[in-house]
Design a binder for this molecule. Sequence first.
Ligand code: GDP
Length: 484
Amino acid sequence: MPQFSVEQVRAIMDKTESIRSMSVIAHVDHGKTTLADSLLSRAGIISNKSAGDAKFMQGRKDEQERGVTIKSTGVTLFFEHDCEDGGGPQPHLINLIDSPGHVDFSSEVTAALRITDGAIVVVDCIEGCAVQTETVLRQALQERVKPCLFVNKVDRCILEMQMDVEEMYCRFRSAIENVNVIIATYSDTSMGSLQMDPGIGNVAFGSGLHGWGFSTERFAKIYAQKMGVNQAKMMERLWGDWYYNAKRKVWTTAQVDDLGELLQRGFCQYIMGPINQLIRAIMDQDAEKYEKMMESLGIVLKGEDRQLTGKPLMKHVMQTWINAADSLLAMIVTQLPSPKVAQRYRVENLYEGPMDDAAANGIRTCDPSAALMLYVSKMVPATDKSRFYAFGRVFSGTVASGQKVRIQGAHYKPGSKEDLHVKNIQRTVLMMGRTTEAIQDVPCGNTVALVGVDQYIVKSGTITTLEDAHNFADMKYSVSPVVK
Ligand code: GDP
């Protein structure tokens, strides 16, 4: 696991366009935790103290015992992404906020969503969109958190259910359509079109468990060059009713060619077909076939990996070819908004006061030199239980160790002194799961934890340097809990 220093993190924190704050949301058992773990093991993290823990995000013992993530914790990941401008790999910070997938913890989900700008919705492709998928997705939309989709457990279609590729396509399409039906009921247009469409790259498919996954972008890059089409056009053709007529060398929307032969869908022929064949060849121990495929894909086994067979070989080959975490991290960077973009439209939801006061302007422009506006979304107990960290996000200005601030509780009203404390923040720290790293200051757009304010905040609160700022808006839990 790559390591990086607090100084490196701090440097990127100033580049708001390189930051993404997101959470993974799903119906329980659809694979949220497994996927979050694969992101953790692929991306760089600051501290290596907990590396090797099976479920890093699940800090509490009772959570592991129950197999449910109860308390959301955050972790900051470091990821280099090749930007389209040809400027080479650019470092990005990804704040991954874990949220519970269990219906009993609806307020925890909202607390996580409040401090994120984007979400990956994980859907089990066999079960499709489930009750809690709908609940959490609605919560996300209500907080103006932009979704993208991961269609998970594709390995089950191949290995367990032995579907043919066209059946898989229909399964995936139906899962995506279900999600789109929920999104279509959301009338707020501030985030633009939110329809999930593999043809534009906001949907990825794969197996969190086996660590592989892809979006059409991954394959479009390869085929666009081979077929002399531009990448965006190629992405469109790798989903939906597009068929390639190899005899005439044209893409058509007709499934039958001039000679009456059935054509294969682009998605099936160029993506799911090869994946299916490779996995089946490995599992069937058809060495001649899989070795040939691996050679054409440029996958070379080294050292001890050459001894692998069966499932371990399949996982290794698939992770080398189409790594799930790589595809997801790329999708997060390209499809989810930076704080600068998101806060422009989120400010109306986030802030209680007038939209033209100093606090609103600082939040809207995500300005690190403006006055401080920080939202504490939850209180996290320290490992030794001696105190609580106030975990939240800086939306405007910069928070620093030792800084004098106004701590406004839930009952505070501008002009009154009720539920108001003027105090110094003892320390600012970064939360890495259950461990922390000291950091001198943290500018807006980033998550942070504060030491020394736990006597004054019960659950959530507003921390500011402005004399007349209103509170951040209450988190809404208007989505009624679903009966199990
Ligand atoms: P969560 O409740 O959404 O966090 O789900 P988990 O990540 O705990 O996964 C629930 C169960 O599904 C576990 O038994 C996982 O091993 C299994 N699982 C997760 N992802 C996959 C996948 O891609 N394929 C298969 N076959 N099983 C998976």
